[in-house]
Design a protein around this ligand. Structure first.
Ligand code: CA
Length: 444
């Protein structure tokens, strides 16, 4: 009954659950991603004022909820409503909304369908239940969001997340979980201190940002500065990293340039030789999200899975990606994978057996082409430019090694924050303190 057959060991990671079909991060969306056969379901994790771990992509609630209507005046100086300033009971009053309703995604409805922000425990409970009824293992791929921001507020999100995972039986490297984070220092702390203390040993994934990203900051000489990832982008750096993590996750633009050329063909084999997997993000099928070198979503998947050679992709369209892999056999070149894709067989002639001249090498249906019977609807952009569109992929970030690439201007402006005079301790941190950046617009 299960529909999660894959090509080789390639995996599909449901980015923010089935976000392309049913909004991001809510329980029905998780169930849908499971039913579509995703190998792993992603959870982005942040904490509430009363120390609950919730599944929310941004540290702020503005983009995906009606918080501004329900709690006017509860924003910080930067105008944003931080989950850290609200109790779970308050957050449960909020209704989720599709941030990109006019791009062909789920219709913007906030009347009779009221989806809410789930807690991490709720999501794990749902997944454990579905594992039982669907008789299969369902992977989870939680991301600890911005430990530095939580630490600034006196919260140890990593410890809180690990304790919940342990409650639900995630303890060893054999368990179907990848725990991801952009913060290398925090991952090392998790590996060296937190997990041993809790008698856990999970597979960790180092997410690699560009040096102009804002996912990871550290306090240096009284100033919050962006993390510099350059050291990871070398063979020795990768080797060092492999001592504590099981793989790396990176934007696809770090692997393929705007013309479709492989930027670092050796990276995947280097990682594999060190026993690490490589997962790339984020794969979307809307026309405005497709790189110019990819004629279709399926062509993009074909390129990354089988030419670049990544082990998995984070995608908003998990159902389409699962379907793609089901139709695609493993191997270096596209070949027919079933009778459906073979060219019509010639009528058998009773005369001497023909040499194997069945035109296998003739043009055949490329698995990368979307089959007409795809089980999920495609999401084409509407003709009229919508009021809210999915932010385009960053134009080319270029190779992060050796020089940091500039962040293109397509990212919404992030207000600069005043550098603190001195190190902020948790005790000093006040909820009203401006933080270096409201990161809700980073489209991970
Ligand atoms: Ca994420």
């Amino acid at each position: 009954m299960a529909v999660f057959a894959q090509a080789g060991d390639k995996i599909v990671i449901a980015h923010r659950a089935a976000s392309g079909y049913l909004m991001e991060h809510n329980l029905p969306s998780v169930a849908l991603a499971v039913a579509m056969g995703s190998d792993y379901i992603e959870q982005d994790l942040v904490m509430t004022k009363d120390d609950q771990v919730i599944v929310l992509h941004d540290p702020t609630l503005d983009r995906v909820t009606n918080v501004a209507e329900l709690f006017p005046g509860r924003n910080r100086e930067d105008g944003k409503f931080y989950a850290l300033d609200f109790t779970l009971a308050e957050i449960k009053q909020l209704h989720l909304k599709e941030p990109y309703p006019n791009s062909g995604r789920f219709p913007d409805t906030n009347k009779n369908l009221q989806l809410t922000v789930p807690t991490f425990r709720e999501e794990l409970e749902l997944i454990r239940g579905l594992e039982k009824t669907m008789r299969r293992d369902i992977g989870i791929y939680p991301e600890i969001k911005q430990p530095w921001l939580h630490r600034k507020e006196g919260k140890d999100i990593s410890r809180a997340v690990l304790k919940i995972l342990r409650e639900y039986g995630f303890k060893s490297k054999e368990d179907k979980i990848y725990l991801q984070c952009f913060d290398p220092d925090e991952l090392k702390r998790i590996h060296d201190e937190l997990m041993p203390g809790l008698q856990m040993e999970l597979k960790l994934i180092q997410l690699i940002d560009d040096n102009n990203g804002h996912e990871t900051k550290s306090l240096q000489w009284g100033e919050w500065v962006n993390y510099n990832y350059d050291w990871i982008n070398s063979k020795s750096g990768l080797r060092t990293l492999s001592a504590s993590v099981s793989g790396i996750g990176m934007d696809k633009s770090m692997l393929v340039d705007g013309a479709g050329n492989l930027l670092r063909p050796e990276l995947i084999s280097d990682a594999h030789s060190l026993g690490m997997v490589v997962h790339a993000y984020t794969f979307r099928r809307e026309k405005e999200s497709l790189p110019s070198y990819a004629a279709s979503f399926e062509a993009l998947l074909e390129l990354f899975y089988f030419k670049v050679g990544v082990d998995g992709v984070f995608t908003d369209y998990c159902g389409d990606a699962v379907h793609f892999l089901q139709k695609r056999s493993p191997g270096p070149a596209p070949v027919p994978v079933s009778s459906e894709t073979l060219p019509p067989q010639p009528t058998v002639v009773p005369e001497p057996p023909q040499p194997p001249s069945v035109p296998l090498a003739a043009p055949v249906a490329v698995p990368g082409v979307a089959p007409a019977s795809a089980p999920v609807p495609t999401a084409e952009p509407v003709a009229n430019p919508p009021a809210t569109v999915i932010p385009p992929e960053p134009a080319q970030r270029a190779i992060p090694h050796p020089a940091p690439a500039p962040v293109p201007g397509s990212e919404p402006a992030i207000p600069a924050a005043p550098a603190p005079e001195s190190a902020v301790t948790p005790a000093q941190a006040q909820p009203s303190n401006p933080v270096p950046a409201p990161l809700e617009t980073k489209y991970r």
